[in-house]
Design a binder for this molecule. Sequence first.
Ligand code: NAD
Length: 295
Amino acid sequence: MRIAFFGVGNMGGPMAVNLVRAGHQVRVFDLASSLVDAVVAEGAQAGGSPADTVADAEIVISMLPSAAAVNGLYLGEQGVLASIPAQALIIDCSTIDAATARTLAQAAAAMGRTVIDAPVSGGVGGAKAGTLTFICGGPAEAVERARPVLANMGRNVFHAGDNGAGQIAKICNNMLLAIHMIGTCEALQLGVDNGLDPKVLSDIMLASSGRNWSLEVYNPWPGTMDNVPSANDYQGGFAVDLMNKDLTLAMDNVLAVKGRTPMGALAKSLYGLHGAQGNGRLDFSSILSLLKVRE
Ligand code: NAD
């Protein structure tokens, strides 16, 4: 298929490359030309402008950092929405607030275009390996149309509900991720404070009711697991800044729906503090250091 791809950063770059490898004609655009060059070297074409990038596209994908960037791309003064062929399907994979996703879908529908939100889980490793989980919101038939293309970049494609529902499911997941990562750090620290070996304690909890994803594949305690950020001074992985972005989206939504998420609010407070202490670019499992009172 002819695919226009906007935003070839840490996530979008490898996703676009996987589309090229699957045999699609991929035309990419990014504000950073060096990132475009890297994907062009893998077989993509460079779009001269946003309008040129979408000119004959059948699928348009965006993987941008923020709602402002998404609005700017599609709806701003130079908005590309009007240039996208009416039959093309627009898939926004950025993590943004659900309200913006719904507004974009409505604006697109008013112009005869279809948008789905499809934020991802799986991180940069998943983007490179083509094992991402896509969490979609939008009309069922549009999600079905997207499915084969998304399958070239990921392993799971879920349909969470109408436009915006993908974003809601994503922030629910990441709020829970933040909570169980902090809980895992606390439990390991308590054990170590009492003289336990963190690896032995991890094995015990993995075979007991404390088992969770953080413990299973992302142990935050250095030396307990290979090939995870804690084994590499918390470099790479999922940045504290990005976790703070997702927790902010979650807490904004809690206010909007007048919900009650005390654990999520505490997680946001702790991750906010950790980021403010200069750890924003470290992997989110580095939150262990905030809880460490002794080695
Ligand atoms: P990134 O900053 O590496 O990449 C974003 C790219 O978008 C940049 O290269 C930037 O130049 C480009 N961009 C911004 N505005 C643009 C525009 N108008 N037109 C074209 N390009 C534009 O960010 P990332 O880590 O790739 O994350 C992208 C999205 O994926 C974010 O919404 C993030 O929350 C989400 N996400 C990231 C991860 C992760 O582990 N990095 C995991 C899941 C979801």
